[in-house]
Design a protein around this ligand. Structure first.
Ligand code: FE
Ligand code: CA
Length: 526
């Protein structure tokens, strides 16, 4: 199937889209102009479906969840095809797929100042159950999304199934992974960053970004909309709630707080651009009001309990970090890398993380975060070289965090990671260079959904890499995501790969599965 055909098939026939315009015929007459813009007033008449970006939900707790959509009849226009004014949007959430048993509903505002995005915190829901929701604006009705609340924090939960994913460069690969993920019957998804890439359109990929290198909030909105218009991506958002965090490409490659990788960039100017990037990120993600940015700042780190089974600690290792040492070039763990002032978390988030870990009653304590925590030397030369954009760049903070987990007997810490576009299973010790130390935690690193195009099942340097880095238990270079099945007794991670992301319908395989038994740190092949 051609990719365009696949998009069409996934979106449903044209007829289904136009049927969502409930009063399309008469409304078109009312709208008058041929511009496809809605008229305001009692009846808003869209000529084009304003719900082309689908619906999404996120950040559930035991009795509420965020419902999201955006009105954008022309998603690739700077204004989304909307007049600047605010639009009233109806929402409803029900206990059944047919939306007959509606339990909450209301009217909210799609504000022009927020790119006509909609964030509803639907409250008063029951713990640990599935719900279905949809929106209406004028004559248009959104697709139905499915979401769920979390079990009460004290509930004795027997199972959690979720996936984590990262890095979905639109130009370098298709989102075939989400077709499989949608069939996996998951409770939730964690997205660990690089949801978009900020670069200008390039002719080298299989699809092309609209627009220049992103700078303004309008440009960021168009980029997110181009990604989200992909039915495999918005289809997965409609399947279950997501917990999202960002990495660097939601703003700029390898940035650190207010410091650009290009030394000529003025930090004040850089923060103006960061404000635009963060604003668009908030607008386009199913996030709570507590995440609304203030200027260039946005509180994204947060936590969620899946009963007593699992505690999710979602981290932000970009906004508060210190500049990459050693000029951001791979380096030994020298004095600059070991400087105690280096941080990926910042003092406040670090304190919050340690307090949260110490106070958590959960069996599994999950750090959902961006960059690799294991100290892995990927350099083929005899010298030891570590990435200065990952945790080795704040080696003292990293070792202190692992030591904190060990000394406080934090229950089953598991670190989930994206960024690196390859799959890894790593044992984490206070110092990973010393295999005689005891294993404190397990790190599961998920590959990219599409970034980098097709990869390879067995990277060239695999044997040397495994010999040089005893903390690495598994490494693979294909595209895909990681599916996790968690019980009070064990954790299983399935490394799901897509063999070809350059053509539609790429074959999907589970390449490897690793298990951690509760109370016994260290991953083993399943
Ligand atoms: Fe990436
Ligand atoms: Ca990254």
């Amino acid at each position: 199937m051609r990719y365009q055909d696949e998009l069409q098939a996934a979106a449903g026939a044209e007829g289904r889209i136009s049927r969502r315009l409930l009063l399309a015929g008469s409304a078109a007459g009312l709208a008058g102009s041929a511009a496809g813009r809605p008229t305001r007033g009692a009846l808003l008449a869209f000529q084009n479906d304003p719900f082309r970006l689908g619906v999404a939900s996120g950040d559930p707790d035991q009795n509420s969840v965020v419902l999201w959509t955006r009105l954008a009849p022309r998603p690739l226009d700077a204004d989304g095809g909307m007049d600047p004014g605010d639009v009233a949007v109806r929402w409803e959430i029900a206990e059944d797929e047919g939306l007959r048993r509606v339990v909450r509903s209301g009217t909210t505002t799609a504000a022009g100042s927020a790119g006509h995005t909609v964030h509803v915190e639907a409250r008063g829901l029951r713990p640990d159950r599935w719900y279905w929701y949809r929106f209406r604006a004028g004559n248009a009705e959104s697709p139905v999304g499915r979401t769920r609340t979390l079990p009460a924090p004290e509930a004795a939960v027997q199972q959690l199934r979720f996936a984590f994913a990262s890095c979905q460069h639109f130009e370098t690969g298709l989102y075939t992974a989400y077709r499989q993920m949608a069939a996996d019957d998951l409770d939730l998804v964690c997205f660990l960053g690089d949801y978009i890439y900020e670069g200008p359109g390039s002719n080298r990929g299989i699809r092309r970004h609209v627009g220049p290198k992103l700078r303004t909030v309008e440009e960021y909105r168009v980029r997110y909309s181009q990604y989200r218009e992909d039915p495999l991506l918005h289809g997965m958002h409609a399947r279950c709630p997501w917990f999202v965090t960002w990495d660097d490409h939601e703003f700029e490659n390898n940035y650190a707080a207010d410091i650009s990788e290009r030394p000529e960039v003025d930090p004040a100017e850089f923060l103006k651009h960061r404000a635009a990037a963060y604003q668009a990120y908030y607008e386009m993600m199913p996030l709570r009001r507590s995440a609304i940015p203030r200027g260039p700042d946005m509180r994204l780190y947060r936590k969620a309990s899946f009963g007593r089974l699992a505690e999710f600690l979602v981290l932000d290792t970009r906004q508060y970090r210190t500049d990459q040492p050693n000029g951001d070039r791979p380096s030994d763990l020298n004095e600059a890398a070991l400087n105690r002032r280096n941080t990926l978390l910042g003092a406040r988030q670090r304190r919050w993380l340690e307090e949260s870990l110490a106070g958590s009653p959960a069996t599994w304590n999950i750090l959902a975060q961006q960059v690799m925590m294991a100290l892995v030397d990927r350099d083929p030369s005899p010298e030891r070289r570590y990435s200065m954009d990952q945790w080795p760049s704040a080696a003292a903070e990293r070792m202190a965090l692992l030591r904190f987990m060990e000394e406080n007997r934090i229950s089953n810490p598991v670190v989930l990671t994206g960024d690196i576009h390859t799959n890894w299973v790593n044992d984490l010790r206070v110092d990973d260079r010393k295999p005689e130390q005891s294993v404190v935690a397990t790190e599961f690193v998920g590959t990219s959904i599409s970034s980098g195009g097709n990869g390879t099942a067995r990277p060239n340097n695999l044997d040397r890499l495994l010999a040089d880095n005893p903390c690495v238990r598994f490494h693979n270079g294909e595209r895909g995501y990681v599916r996790c099945t968690v019980s009070p007794e064990s954790w299983r991670s399935d490394y799901v790969v897509v063999e070809d992301v350059l053509r539609p319908g790429g074959r999907v395989r589970t390449r490897a599965s690793y298990v951690v038994e509760a109370g016994r740190p260290g991953a083993k092949p399943a």
